[in-house]
Design a protein around this ligand. Structure first.
Ligand code: FAD
Length: 379
């Protein structure tokens, strides 16, 4: 059920203050240390951020999609690594369980996920199955009341901190496509499961991705999510939702960058006046503002549509495609408005430029969003 407007405003205001007062001063340190401090993670737990999307019955806040997106916009106003701390618990790591889990599975796992005591990750991508995610080769072979899982997953966010993985694995080898895939909840401490070293990345330092390797990992059949062969459907429904959440983060990042541009351009003087007085600089700010507003409108409309129970595959793909490309252009203009300072690390703009680059790649690249939008339009 939606929060009343006053409670909703209080929540957004609390997150905004946490971002402004607590997280923004730490942006440089988190990037340099490639880690979010433990006390910040503990404060995120106290604020309930790990349980935004989980029903109050299991200890979460049970936000609507619109409310979750509004929180994600606020989190977008700081380094994306902070949102990643709890992002998988709110989205791709938990939602397979929320949408397809049995009552027993939910009661067993969701309270610890909602509190942040347990971190979850979503393990779909493999070395040979990226955009073509229905081509997963990780195998799950039924053996009595267990499945035996073998294979490897790549670029898995929060794998080094996760206690539980939602894993997509092939249960039917004679069905090479989507219908041969099933989804499983696999505890990180299962025998035979190992995690690779965190990858060195272009940006979003402080958030980690690692390989996850399965060698004869025995997973109870009771840990399967949905029916055999439903795993790809689980993954796609999780991603529809995740894409909308990412588009909200992109909107927040764009609004932050625009505010930074305006503040800097007001102070920076050239040719005897603030650079805000030059219409060519104004044009960059106007273009960024217009695009950010358009992305916000599309994202919110799609979130409301989902809250009304409508299918949003097309709209979520369009929102993610537009918002992630938009924030790339906004970050590029921000470097330009800052001039040389935009290229210098101390100002933080070049860091944002690198951080937002990822949004056009993960949870489906821009090209994959284009294919989804075209498929749904031509249907
Ligand atoms: C930091 C980070 C975090 C991630 N977190 C997770 C995670 O938590 N869980 C998870 O499962 N995965 C995760 N991923 C994986 C991510 O979702 C994939 O990297 C992404 O889907 C692209 O797959 P790929 O890297 O194999 O690229 P490819 O699929 O090899 O794509 C390469 C290029 O080809 C294009 N392309 C591919 N197919 C087509 C086509 N049919 N038509 C047109 N163009 C096409 C792509 O758009 C891209 O430009 C993460 C990745 C990164 C970098």
């Amino acid at each position: 059920m939606a929060l009343d407007l006053e409670t909703r405003e209080q929540l957004i205001d609390t997150v905004r203050r946490f971002v402004t007062e607590r997280l923004r001063p730490l942006e440089g340190k988190v990037a340099e240390d490639d880690a979010v401090p433990d006390d910040v993670v503990a404060e995120m737990r106290e604020l309930g951020l790990f349980g935004l999307s989980i029903d109050p019955e299991y200890g979460g806040l049970g936000l609507t999609m619109e409310e979750e997106c509004l929180v994600a916009v606020e989190m977008g106003r700081t380094s994306p690594a902070f949102r990643s701390v709890f992002g998988t618990n709110v989205g791709i790591g938990s939602q397979g369980l929320v949408m397809f889990g049995t009552d027993e599975q939910k009661a067993h796992w969701l309270p610890a996920i909602a509190s942040g005591e347990l971190v979850t990750s979503f393990a779909l991508t493999e070395p040979e199955a990226g955009s073509d995610s229905a081509a997963v080769q990780t195998r799950a072979v039924r053996d009595g009341d267990h499945y035996v899982v073998n294979g490897s997953k790549r670029f898995i966010t929060n794998a080094d901190k996760a206690g539980l993985f939602t894993v997509m694995a092939r249960t039917n080898p004679s069905e090479p496509g989507a219908r041969g895939v099933s989804a499983f909840l696999v505890p990180a401490d299962s025998a035979g499961l190992s995690i690779g070293k965190p990858e060195k990345k272009m940006g979003q330092h402080g958030a980690h991705v690692c390989d996850v390797v399965f060698e004869d990992v025995r997973v109870p059949a009771a840990n399967r999510l949905g029916a055999e062969g439903q795993g790809f459907k689980v993954a796609m429904q999780v991603l529809d939702r995740g894409r909308l959440h990412i588009s909200a983060v992109c909107v927040g990042a764009a609004e932050r960058l625009i505010a930074d541009c305006v503040a800097y351009a007001r102070e920076r003087r050239q040719f005897g006046k603030p650079i805000t007085e030059f219409q060519l600089v104004q044009a960059m700010i106007a273009d960024s503002r217009t695009e950010a507003m358009a992305a916000r409108a599309l994202m919110l409309e799609t979130a409301r549509k989902r809250d009304q129970g409508a299918a949003i595959t097309l709209e979520a793909a369009a929102a993610k495609y537009f918002a992630s490309e938009m924030v790339g252009r906004v970050a590029d203009r921000a470097v330009q408005v800052f001039g040389g300072a935009g290229y210098i690390a101390d100002y933080g703009i070049e860091r944002f430029y690198r951080d937002v680059r990822l949004f056009r790649i993960y949870e489906g690249s821009s090209q994959i969003q284009q294919l989804v939008i075209a498929r749904e339009t031509l249907r």
